[in-house]
Ligand binder design. Sequence first.
Ligand SMILES: [Zn+2]
Length: 238
Amino acid sequence: MRDSMEWGKNRTIKVCTFYEPGISSEEIQELFVHWNDELKLYSLAVVAINQQEIERPGLTGASILEFLYTLPMSENCDRYLYLKGRNWKDIVFEITSLGVFALAGIKLEIQGAVEAKTNTRGYIKAKYISLLQLIFTSPKSTLVHEGYHLLGCGHQLFLDPCYKQIQDTKKLASERESEIFNQGSKELSVAEHSELDSNSLNEELIHPSIDSIFFPSITASGRRFITRDQVDRSILKD
Ligand SMILES: [Zn+2]
C-alpha cells in the first residue's frame, strides 16, 4: 500500500534535540541519517536543530517525559527529542533486567517513549552495550520506532492506518501552508489599497517563511494540532 500512495511534496520536520553528556554529534548525525532513510519513503525528512546537551532529567523514562512536558513549542521546533545516554546505574539495571527478561520472557518498552497527548515529544535510549542489543533493539531502530509515534502512529506499524495517518498529517501541513500564504497575500492587497505604511504590516504574515510553519501533529486518538500554540495549550495546561 505504501508504494502506491501519494506522499506529496517533500517536507522537513525540525526536531529540537537534547542529548545526555557522552553522546557525540557524530552519533546524533548517524541516528538521523538512519531515520531519514526510513522517512524518505514518505517524502519526509528530519533535521536535528537547537542541539543541546543536558543532564538526564531523572532516573526513569517518566521523568524524562515530565521534563519534555515543561517545554513550550518554541521558535522553529516541530518535535522534541531527548537522547538518553548510559551510565553505571543503567548498566546495573540492564544486567539485572537481563535476568528478569530471561525468566519472564517478556520485553518491556523501555527503549523509548513518545507522549500520547500531542505526539510531539519523546525520548530514546541512544546507547547500548552490544550484548544487550541482541535482546533490546538498536538505538537506530528504536528511533525509527519512536519516530513513527512522533508522526501519530500507534503500534500498528507497517499497517495501513499508520500510512494513512502520515498522509493525513502531510495533507494538513499543505492546507496550513496555503492558508497562511493566502492570508498573507490578502493582507498585502488590503494594505496596498489602503496605502498603509508598510512598517505597520506584519512581515511574518505577508512573507511567512515556509521554515517557520509548524509541521502539524495528529494523535492516535485523532486530535489535530495545527499550530505551536495549540500544542502549548494542551501540554502546558497542567
Ligand atoms: Zn512504541
